[in-house]
Design a protein around this ligand. Structure first.
Ligand code: F6R
Length: 260
């Protein structure tokens, strides 16, 4: 894992945007894996700025989101489809027919999940998967004890995640119990993973992901098995790491041509 520590959330977003644009420039038809939540917002703002001010072109891109709430119609303000429209997709030029977000209203969820996996395969896999981490250590909505080889499926949120996400809904009771999420195996199939974490609240989960044992109790630790993971943290999210000075030295001494 490459661990990059930046001064604040905005710098994390700018660094992450450099990774995404580098991946995009290396592919004719880039496939971007996207996440929702607070963490990737500075990344999305920077991508929008690059699109507007520097003509970054998303016209050949496809996108696949990690997850969606079960039972929320696409137009519901808290659906992840609405979130993506508002914070990124309506402001850049990804062709709408190449935007993929799991269908939380599917009548046959098992078939919808299998179709989602098939759509990712047909697109030739995900070039870069953007990830955030839950305080529970989840990636996507793979909560602790998720199978490390899981594929896209329905999952039940933990109370902790429902509490964390209540800020978007107003009350905890309104947060759905179920989601469709890419599995950990699905995420690990991406050619590159770009994990972002900001804020002191994420520090214990970040330390468990990077320096803890590989365990289903911290699903993000499965990223230890992926050959190309870049973790971009702000100082607060990095504060529980025991090897912080090592990561900084490695980054500062990285040859210029290897940098994103
Ligand atoms: C969102 C997702 C989740 C979030 C995580 C962190 O699509 O898959 O894993 O990345 O819950 O959320 P924030 O960024 O809101 O702290």
């Amino acid at each position: 894992m490459e661990v990059i520590i930046q001064p604040n959330a905005e710098a994390v977003g700018r660094y992450a945007a450099r990774v995404v644009t580098r991946v995009m420039r290396g592919r004719l038809a880039p496939v971007l894996g996207l996440a929702t939540g607070t963490t990737p917002l500075p990344l999305y703002q920077e991508l929008i700025r690059l699109h507007r001010e520097e003509a970054l072109d998303f016209g050949a891109c496809s996108t696949f989101n990690l997850d969606e709430y079960v039972g929320l119609p696409a137009r519901h303000p808290q659906s992840y489809r609405s979130f993506m429209q508002e914070h990124l997709l309506s402001r850049i030029n990804v062709p709408p027919e190449r935007v993929h977000i799991p269908d939380g209203m599917a009548e046959d969820i098992a078939t919808a999940c299998a179709d989602y996996e098939e759509a990712i395969r047909k697109a030739d896999g995900i070039d870069v998967q953007v990830l955030g981490i839950g305080t529970s250590g989840h990636i996507g909505f793979n909560e602790p004890t998720s199978s490390l080889r899981s594929r896209t499926r329905i999952k039940t949120l933990t109370d902790r995640t429902r509490r964390d996400n209540a800020r978007f809904f107003g009350t905890e009771e309104d947060v759905p119990h179920h989601v469709i999420t890419m599995g950990i195996g699905t995420i690990l199939d991406s050619r590159r993973c770009l994990m972002l974490a900001t804020g002191a609240g994420k520090a214990p989960a970040v330390a468990a992901m990077i320096e803890g044992p590989l365990t289903a109790m911290c699903p993000a630790s499965a990223l230890q098995m992926h050959p190309q993971v870049t973790v971009v943290l702000d100082e607060a999210a990095a504060s529980a790491l025991t090897h912080g000075s090592y990561y900084r030295w490695v980054y500062e001494n990285k040859p210029a041509w290897q940098r994103d």
